[in-house]
Design a protein around this ligand. Structure first.
Ligand SMILES: Nc1ncnc2c1ncn2[C@@H]1O[C@H](COP(=O)(O)OP(=O)(O)OP(=O)(O)O)[C@@H](O)[C@H]1O
Ligand SMILES: [Mg+2]
Length: 839
């Protein structure tokens, strides 16, 4: 209970602080998605909406990261997760594991152990999933479908299309995995503001309600999730000058296997072992349905064991009508995970080592992720960090997505947020390989490896590398160490092209000692690329400006963004030189796992849109089917109602007979065709009855409306009469006194005519209506009554709004002091009571 209150208080504090820190600069919205292997959490930041986690249609704050096929339609969240027990091959969970994975990577073998679904290799030798009875979808396409589902939730909440998104990734995600997720986001119609590490999201969420000084305060974000465990050392400080909050990631550590999924896998194996002990002749592992059900049960039992010493597992009719029941103790479960125990807290020590810090430098270890609720994890962390340093002061499920939303908002420029500067880091050493050039300008056959970005490099930075080259050359990027078993290390090959032509141009311009400068970028999202390359050289500057520059010295600084570039001849040359710079072409090749090509993305987008359109059509048909079913019930009730009901009173027996006959026909048709009929036919069938029902409903509606329409018409007749009485009297007096009145006689005659016409018309219609029976159509439509009353009202308002003539001597009895009734739509203040005149 105390924990709940504490969490509530924290949550309220966060909401309050966000109100203070976030104000909209314009009306765009930002969607943050924490794409977990087990649960997706999303948050929408939109002016006018409370900043919170997005709920799905079942009001769930965390959404099962599952997608399934049912009768050609896709299911998401809980619906998809639940389907696994009945249709195990049609349900896909934990797709995150497969993002950017080569089809033969160890993680694919692992996935096959935890899943009952089928995987195949895609055309890019990544992973694809066959739809039962349908086509095969790349993993990116199914993840895109999940993201599009979240986008739709956001769009529904925002009431407008939501496009801009920030998505969280584990800090250890390689370029392969980042590419795959970015492709999925693109297919889902999202515009990626940035990828952000989930630890960074948690760190921002933690920092937003706290104060820091200029001396960095170090904390560790320990995220034990469904697919992995990771720790990030984060330094929090406030910039002394700008007062901006600095959130700087200093080092990361991770384990790709220790996870909630692995715990569930081990518990599942314990249950399987128990089952096989009791039923040795039953091959439960061969039964996908039973395997899916026992997985779900293992996950449930795992949760119970976090709070209890033992748990009873019970699955009815698990396989071959066998009811499975067993008891699992926490001690046995922990024994089953014993070999993993040394790895539980290892990400923490790895993160400290990579940040070059010790536990003594750390103020607290902030727990995040569902797997931190497992007692053996907690004990391992208590032992590694000291129990007093363990902090449970962020929401273990939502902190990452809320922090990511704040970060996205600050980057989108649509909001004014508290000034937070996030500095994230690359967790791997990335080196660049290129062929050394022989002295004669040809290929030497030797490959040079040099560090492109060392682990710990800040994201969002660029550097320039200079090369002496005479011809086109390749820059191949690779991770220095293996990122995960079965993944290649080479991920990107760029070719700098057009070198010969550029050098020839430089020579023609009088340039000497040309060098090729390639810009290497490590983006905010953690992608490495070569955005540009140029050939540069100095040439003698014969222009007058050049000569003057040479005389006085050039104070202008180099425009290069280089962070570690070797000084070239151009920077040390005499000042009477000019710099020649010729852009080169940089082409890209993927030597191993390729992201989707533009063409593949286009095709995938089309396929997804076709699927969405198909599902929308199915949903529409279903809506019409349900609508018609309800309508038929309603019509049956109306027809069979007693004589005192409005429907019977307002309809003739012949009309009801006609409805009865059509109703019977439509009902009969419905029972036979309801599952196959298309939307158009369903609508047509409904239309057959509606055409008969509408006149009756119209009569009733008119009867109901008539008194108020009549009242409105009479009200304006009355007000106009009152006005005329006073205005005519005033005018007569003014004429006698020889002064100019507010209204002319023609004006008053004009409104008298409008009034009399309206009165006459109304009297005739009211008389005619009086003779109309309830089951007959009205003699006058209330719509027309209101329109005619409006004509009179506007005429009156026009006169009342008229400015009175200027008078030298104020008179106390001059103009009409009539004001329009309170209900008037165009209230005026032409003449106040007591005879005050407006200027
Ligand atoms: N009380 C609990 N006891 C044991 N395990 C729990 C408990 N609550 C949640 N979990 C486990 O935590 C995991 C989900 O945690 P979380 O939502 O942080 O993961 P995720 O964000 O989906 O995964 P990831 O970020 O690693 O991709 C699941 O394996 C779930 O079984
Ligand atoms: Mg997570």
């Amino acid at each position: 209970m105390r924990g709940l209150c504490q969490r509530l208080a924290l949550y309220l504090a966060l909401c309050l602080s966000l109100l203070l820190y976030v104000t909209p600069a314009s009306a765009a919205s930002v969607l943050a998605i924490d794409y977990g292997a087990d649960y997706i959490k999303a948050s929408l930041m939109k002016p006018g909406l409370p900043f919170d986690v997005l709920l799905n249609k079942d009001s769930k704050r965390k959404i099962h990261s599952s997608v399934a096929w049912k009768n050609g339609e896709r299911l998401f969240g809980q619906d998809a997760y639940n389907l696994a027990a009945r249709k195990p091959q049609d349900t896909y969970n934990h797709m995150k594991y497969l993002l950017g994975a080569p089809a033969n990577a160890d993680i694919v073998t692992y996935y096959n152990q935890i899943s009952t679904s089928t995987l195949v290799a895609s055309s890019r030798f990544t992973v694809a999933v066959p739809q039962p009875g349908g086509r095969t979808w790349d993993v990116e396409e199914l993840v895109a479908a999940q993201l599009a589902y979240i986008r739709q939730l956001a769009t529904d909440a925002a009431g407008e299309p939501v496009r801009d998104a920030v998505i969280t990734v584990p800090p250890f995600f390689s370029q392969f995995e980042r590419d795959a997720l970015a492709d999925a986001a693109e297919l889902a119609g999202l515009k990626l503001i940035t990828l952000v590490s989930d630890s960074a999201g948690v760190a921002i969420n933690f920092a937003i309600t706290r104060q820091f000084t200029s001396t960095p305060e170090y904390h560790v974000i320990f995220d034990a999730g469904g697919s992995s465990t990771r720790a990030s050392v984060v330094g929090f400080s406030q910039d002394a000058k700008s007062k901006s909050l600095q959130v700087a990631l200093k080092g990361v550590g991770w384990d790709r296997i220790v996870s909630g999924t692995e715990f569930t896998r081990r518990l599942r194996d314990m249950l399987l072992q128990e089952f096989t002990k009791k039923h040795p002749s039953v091959d439960i592992r061969a039964d996908k349905r039973a395997m899916a059900r026992i997985w779900k049960e293992a996950d449930r039992v795992k949760g119970i064991l976090s709070a209890n010493n033992d748990a009873v597992s019970h699955v009815e009719s698990l396989i071959d009508e066998i009811d499975f029941r067993t008891k699992i103790s926490r001690t046995d479960f922990e024994a089953k995970c014993k070999d993993l125990a040394p790895s539980f807290a290892k990400p923490l020590s790895d993160a400290l080592a990579s940040a070059n810090l010790t536990m003594n430098d750390i103020k607290s270890v902030i727990l995040f992720g569902g797997n931190t609720r497992v007692p053996m994890m907690r004990r391992a962390l208590d032992a590694a960090a000291g129990a007093d340093k363990i902090a449970v002061n962020v929401n273990a499920d939502e902190a990452a997505v809320l922090g990511a939303a704040l970060h996205g908002a600050s980057l989108s420029h649509s909001f004014r947020t508290k000034d937070i500067k996030l500095i994230d880091v690359l967790p791997y050493d990335v080196q660049v390989a290129y062929a050394a050039e022989a002295k004669d300008g040809g290929a030497s056959g030797r490959t040079i490896h040099s560090t492109a970005f060392a682990s710990g490099s800040k994201t969002g930075t660029r550097k320039t590398m200079s090369f002496k080259r005479h011809d086109d050359f390749n820059l191949a990027f690779q991770y220095k160490q293996a990122i995960a078993p079965g993944y290649p290390t080479e991920f990107l090959e760029t070719r700098v092209e057009g070198v010969k032509e550029a050098l020839a141009n430089i020579t023609a311009e009088g340039g000497s000692e040309p060098v090729i400068k390639a810009t290497l970028a490590l983006s905010e999202s953690g992608f490495i690329s070569v955005p540009e390359a140029v050939a540069v050289a100095d040439a003698k500057d014969d222009s007058i400006a050049g000569k003057l520059k040479g005389f006085f010295g050039d104070k202008a600084s180099s425009s290069s963004e280089s962070v570690n570039e070797t000084p070239t001849a151009s920077e040390t040359a005499a000042k009477s030189t000019k710099t020649l710079s010729i852009p080169l072409t940089v082409s890209v090749k993927y030597p191993t796992v390729a992201p989707m090509s533009l063409e593949q993305k286009r095709e995938a987008r089309t396929r997804l849109q076709e699927q969405e359109a198909k599902e929308a059509a199915i949903a529409m048909r279903e809506e019409q089917r349900n609508g018609l079913e309800g309508y038929l019930y309603r019509m049956r009730d109306l027809i069979n109602a007693d004589e005192q009901t409005p429907f019977v009173k307002c309809s003739k027996p012949s009309e009801r007979a006609a409805i009865s006959k059509t109703l019977e026909e439509v009902q009969e048709w419905f029972h036979e065709h309801q599952d196959t009929a298309d939307t158009k036919t369903l609508l047509e069938k409904r239309g057959l009855l509606q055409i008969l029902e509408n006149p009756i409903q119209h009569r009733y509606k008119e009867i109901e409306e008539f008194p108020s329409a009549l009242n409105e018409s009479q009200k304006w007749n009355f007000h106009t009469r009152m006005f005329l009485k006073e205005a005519v009297a005033n005018l007569t007096k003014e004429e006698e006194e020889g002064i100019e009145g507010k209204f002319t006689r023609e004006e008053l005659e004009g409104i008298t005519k409008t009034l009399e016409e309206h009165e006459t018309w109304l009297a005739q219609k009211v008389e005619a209506q009086r003779k109309v029976k309830m089951d007959e159509d009205p003699a006058v439509e209330t719509k027309e009554m209101r329109e005619r009353a409006k004509v009179l009202e506007l005429h009156l308002q026009r006169l009342i709004g008229k400015k009175p003539p200027r008078r030298k001597i104020p008179s106390t009895s001059a103009s009409a002091s009539f004001t329009t009734p309170a209900s008037s739509s165009t209230a005026t203040s032409s003449t106040r009571a007591g005879g005050h005149e407006e200027l």
